[in-house]
Each structure stands twice: as C-alpha cells, then as structure tokens.
Design a protein around this ligand. Structure first.
Ligand code: STR
Length: 426
C-alpha cells in the first residue's frame, strides 16, 4: 500500500516503532486510537515521522510539563537543522503549522511576553464573560436551524450545522471579522489542515489568508471598532506598539486557534456522550455537571493531537533520552491525555465521573499556554447544555465506529457527526 499524500510505502503504518525506527504517522488518520497507543508504548520520548520530517514526540504528562517550561526549547524555525539544511522546505505539507508569520505563537522569551501581554490583557475574564450573551444568541439561532432540518426525522449533520459555525461566529465577533467572510474562511481552513490538499494549493490558501487578514487590519486601522483586533492595533504596552506584521500574526493565530479547536471540543463531547448513554443520563439528571464533561473531553479527545513544533537550542536530556541540538520536538497531546501515570490505569476510558479538577494539559503549559482557554470553555459550557436541553432524545444517526477523522494530522478533527434530534427509542 502506498500513501496517497506522499506516494511512499505505508506498510510501517500499522507495525509501529521497531527499535530505532521512528513511528510513521498516517496523514489520513485512519486509526487514531491505534496510533496513540503505539506512541504511548514507545514513550515518554519517541521518534515520529511526519511526512518525511523526523521529530521527537513527547507522550507523557510529566516530561511534557518539564519541557514546556524549558527555555532551551524554542519556536523559532531557524533553529531547526532540517530547515537550515533545506531538507524541509515550504514544500512540506505541515510547514504552515510552524512557519506561520510573526505572532505570539512563533516567538519566545521577552519578545513573546511583549506580544502575549497585549492579548492576555485583552482576553480578560471580564471580556470573555462579556461574550456570554453573544454566544447564547448564536447558539440559540443555530439550534433553531438544527431543529428545522431534523423536524421530519431525517439525520442532521451536527458539524456543518452547529459545531463548525459556532466557534467561527464567536471568534469573529471577538476579533471583528465580518460574517460575510465566514464561508470562505471555512473553505480556507479546511484546505489548510487537510493532508489531501496538494501543497501548491495549500500555499495559495496561506497566501489568501495573509491577504485577507492584512485587509482586516488595514480596515480596523482606518476605522477602529470595539473588537480585539482594534485593541491590538491601539495597544502600546510600555510605549512599543505592535507592528502590522505582529497584529496580523496574532489575529491569524487567534482566529485559527479559536475556530479549529473548539469545533473539535464540541463534537467530541457530543459523540462521547451519545456513545455512552449511561454517562449522558448522569449529566441530564444533574448528577454530573457539564464542567466534568468538558474537562474529560479535553483530556480524552484532546483537540490538538500533535502540537508542532519546538526546537532544541542545545542537547537536552530528558527521561534518559538526549534530544540533540537542532532537532524538532512535538507535544503529542492526544497521547499525553492518556498517560496512566497522570490519569490512572483506565486513562483510555472516557469517564465523566473522574474527580475534578482533571489535571490534563490540553491547553498546554508554560508561557505559551492557550490564551483562549476560558473562551473555549465558555463556548462549550453554553453550547452543550443548550443542545441537549433542546434535543434530550438526540442519538447518533450512524454507528459510532463509522464516524471518521478528517485527513488532518495535527488536529482531532471529525469529518462529520450525523445525529437524529429525536430518537424515541435511544
Ligand atoms: C494555523 C495557521 C495560522 O495562520 C496560524 C496559526 C497559529 C496558531 C495555531 C494554528 C496556526 C494551528 C492550530 C493551533 C494554533 C494554536 C492552537 C491550535 C496549533 C498554525 C491548536 O491546535 C492547539
């Protein structure tokens, strides 16, 4: 069998790591659970092959926690040997995950603190809480549409109708992106993340996103609004405002992150509850709260499968392995969330009755910890109860095993989630 993306043999996909051979990750994600299990078996630090780029994967909670605060690991792609040697170029399908312009996502140290401070200031708990009415309104409107589509008993595709539009509407409202641009943005992000997109097309997509966000920033400069993009333009933390490139980079990062990851959180929570009716009953009766559902989903079905990438600025020894200077390090959050040393021997099980707080790392750790965590939790805490209150007899419209991941290596992205809004005999 050969890989449809690279044309290379994929026989090693199912055999896992043999000795010093890196684990070859499947760009089509045909067996996500199997891949996580193989990573866990060869952790805590193992080598993975991502479409021809070999990197170190961190699979355990303790090592991840340690490395995420280690200043010897940085985001600067110029510290990557493979990039410096031109073994990896813009032709590599995952390049957009690393070479994403100057933003708080791609810099470290004092520069990072400067870029991040203004965003952190802007995404205050008050501002997030202030989004509540908007999120409630958006949720209610989308649910009306779901009800309409499913009224005749036919299946409704919950990703397209609910989980996908919600986060884009919310993050756009926050950042000041116009609703008329949402359909195109959805297409662009689908093409950006899918490993089936020809690389030439992906580079054109990245270019179009840059043009788009450059225009948004220019418009906000001309006519500032009550949005975070305008706040980033106007902020002058210690007399040093952000450059246009930095504003554009931060805007891009926040829309991409706010959109892609929250879809995943909502869809996986719904899927897991519908696949575990006994647990859903505990939630619907009020015995277990939505917070437990959300935190368990983040742990068990981390929206970020592999976070690319950090680079070793010197040899780093961790858990008996040396990560040599210039090598890339990937945080494999999907595996980290399943670490039995952190979550118990049944870590592979979805179980909302775990004691809170569940100390997962789905939002990362250290200086780059997700600045949007509170917003995504709020979105899920509004969307999930609203959905199940509206459709208490909802059920999966296809067997759970038939639900597929998108051909996306870094994100836990479902292709679709068909549901029946009123399955009398669930
Ligand atoms: C996508 C492309 C882009 O224009 C900017 C960014 C920066 C933020 C990244 C985003 C990326 C991909 C998804 C990420 C997000 C930060 C959090 C999110 C990695 C590269 C996660 O999946 C955790």
């Amino acid at each position: 069998m050969s890989c449809p993306v690279t044309g290379r043999a994929t026989d090693s996909l199912s055999s896992g790591s043999t000795g010093a051979e890196p684990i070859v990750l499947d760009p089509l994600v045909r067996d996500r659970e199997g891949e996580i299990a193989r990573l866990r078996e060869s952790g805590p630090i193992t080598r993975i092959d991502l479409l021809g780029a070999v990197a170190f994967s961190v699979t355990d909670h303790a090592e991840a926690r340690q490395l995420l605060t280690d200043p010897r690991l940085v985001k600067d792609i110029n510290r990557w040997n493979a990039w410096r040697d031109r073994r990896i170029t813009r032709e590599w399908p995952l390049i957009g995950m690393i070479d994403a312009g100057r933003s708080m996502f791609t810099v470290d140290g004092a520069e990072h603190r400067r870029l991040r401070a203004m965003t952190a200031q802007a995404v205050t708990p008050r501002r997030v809480e202030g989004m509540r009415p908007a999120i409630e309104r958006i949720t209610a409107d989308l649910l009306d549409r779901v009800a309409e589509l499913g009224a005749d008993g036919s299946p409704v595709e919950l990703k397209e109708t609910f989980a996908l539009p919600l986060p884009m509407k919310v993050v756009s409202e926050l950042m000041g992106v116009d609703a008329k641009d949402h359909p195109r943005l959805h297409e662009l992000y689908d093409a950006f993340f899918s490993m089936l997109t020809p690389q030439e097309e992906r580079l054109a997509v990245i270019e179009e996103m840059d043009v788009f966000y450059t225009r948004v920033v220019a418009e906000k400069k001309a006519a500032p609004g009550d949005d975070l993009t305008s706040a980033l333009i106007l902020a002058d933390e210690g007399g040093e405002p952000l450059t246009d490139e930095e504003v554009i980079g931060n805007l891009k990062a926040m829309v991409a992150a706010g959109h892609e990851t929250t879809i995943s959180l909502i869809l996986h929570a719904v899927r897991a509850l519908l696949d575990n009716p006994d647990q859903l009953a505990l939630v619907l009766s009020g015995e277990v709260g939505w917070e437990a559902v959300i935190e368990e989903t983040l742990r068990w079905a981390s929206p970020s499968t592999h976070l690319l990438m950090r680079f070793a600025t010197e040899d780093i020894e961790v858990a008996g392995t040396v990560i040599p200077e210039g090598e890339g390090v990937v945080m494999s959050y999907a595996a980290i969330g399943r670490d039995p040393a952190q979550h118990g021997e049944d870590a592979d099980r979805f179980d909302i009755t775990r004691t809170l707080p569940i100390r997962h790392m789905a939002f990362g750790h250290g200086p780059h910890i997700c600045p949007g965590a509170a917003l995504s939790r709020l979105e899920a805490a509004i969307a999930l109860p609203a959905l199940f209150e509206r459709f208490p007899r909802m059920a999966l419209a296809v067997p759970n095993e038939e639900i597929r991941n998108m051909p996306v290596m870094t994100q836990n992205d479902l292709a679709a989630l068909p549901i029946l809004i009123d399955a009398a005999d669930r």
